[in-house]
Design a protein around this ligand. Structure first.
Ligand code: ATP
Length: 244
């Protein structure tokens, strides 16, 4: 089966990056955001990407999600190249295989939670219903509310429901709790944790917050565009028990 078609989740290595390098050219200045990243991400893992501001976390996540391409190096998604050498592969990958959650929720204000999610389910090939997706993030009772009637944490959970409604193999979250207080942030992380556990979605979460790393299977530390440390947690702490 084509790995880029919607399919049951796979096992084994999902992403393989070799010597991934990203240089931004701005005027006369070249900024090297990634300095040769090597890594593998496996099916069903919950991975935390930690690092200081400017260390290259968003650059790496955007490349993993097919929103950007590396300047050089190799990136394979289940053997398919995501390095820009094949635009068709990138398009299919973005459409079928990956869901994104950003710090700001980017919901359409004039649509209800259900309608925001339905925008995606209407163009996906094997989606959940918007109701199923909203139930998964604990918003079964708020489906007909507009974004302005929801708290920040609830809006972020709608954004998560929208990201996972197409049943992507990969969920990429860029500072999903960055705009939220601790208690609300934890409800969002609980939703992420549940999706990873129940759907088996490979989930990568960017954070500045080292306390969040305890909920992950694996923690990758980025510094100055390099992975400087990678460790595996023997047990995952439930998101509800995290403190920061
Ligand atoms: N579009 C761009 N053009 C030029 N430089 C960029 C661009 N995007 C990022 N950079 C630079 O690349 C480096 C890595 O940025 P990146 O956003 O990936 O870091 P980050 O770890 O996600 O930071 P933060 O936690 O602040 O979001 C930084 O030096 C940044 O200024």
């Amino acid at each position: 089966m084509n790995a880029l078609a919607p399919s049951p989740l796979s096992t084994g290595v999902v992403f393989q990056a070799k010597k991934l390098r990203k240089v931004y050219h701005t005027g006369e200045l070249d900024v090297v955001a990634l300095h040769g990243v090597d890594m593998e991400l496996n099916a069903g893992e919950l991975v935390c990407l930690l690092g200081a501001s400017g260390s290259g976390k968003s650059t790496l996540l955007n490349i993993l999600g097919g929103l950007d391409i590396p300047t050089s190096g190799e990136l394979l998604y289940k053997g398919w190249p995501l390095d820009g050498s094949d635009e068709n592969t990138l398009t299919l990958f973005r459409r079928n295989c990956v869901g994104f959650v950003f710090q700001f929720y980017n919901l359409i204000p004039s649509l209800t939670a259900r309608e925001n999610v339905a925008l995606i389910t209407s163009i996906s090939r094997n989606p959940m219903t918007p109701e199923e997706a909203l139930e998964m993030v604990g918003l079964g009772k708020r489906m007909d509310h507009f974004p302005s009637q929801l708290s920040g944490g609830e809006q972020q959970r709608v954004a998560i429901a929208r990201a996972i409604a197409k049943r992507p193999e990969v969920l990429l979250c860029d500072e999903p709790t960055g705009a939220l207080d601790v208690t609300t942030g934890i409800t969002v992380l609980e939703a992420v944790e549940r999706i990873n556990r129940e759907l088996g979605t490979l989930t990568v979460v960017i954070t500045h917050n080292a306390a969040m790393a305890d909920m992950a299977d694996r923690v990758l530390h980025l510094s100055d565009g390099r992975i400087v440390d990678s460790h595996r947690n023997e047990t995952r702490m439930p998101a509800a028990q995290l403190k920061w």
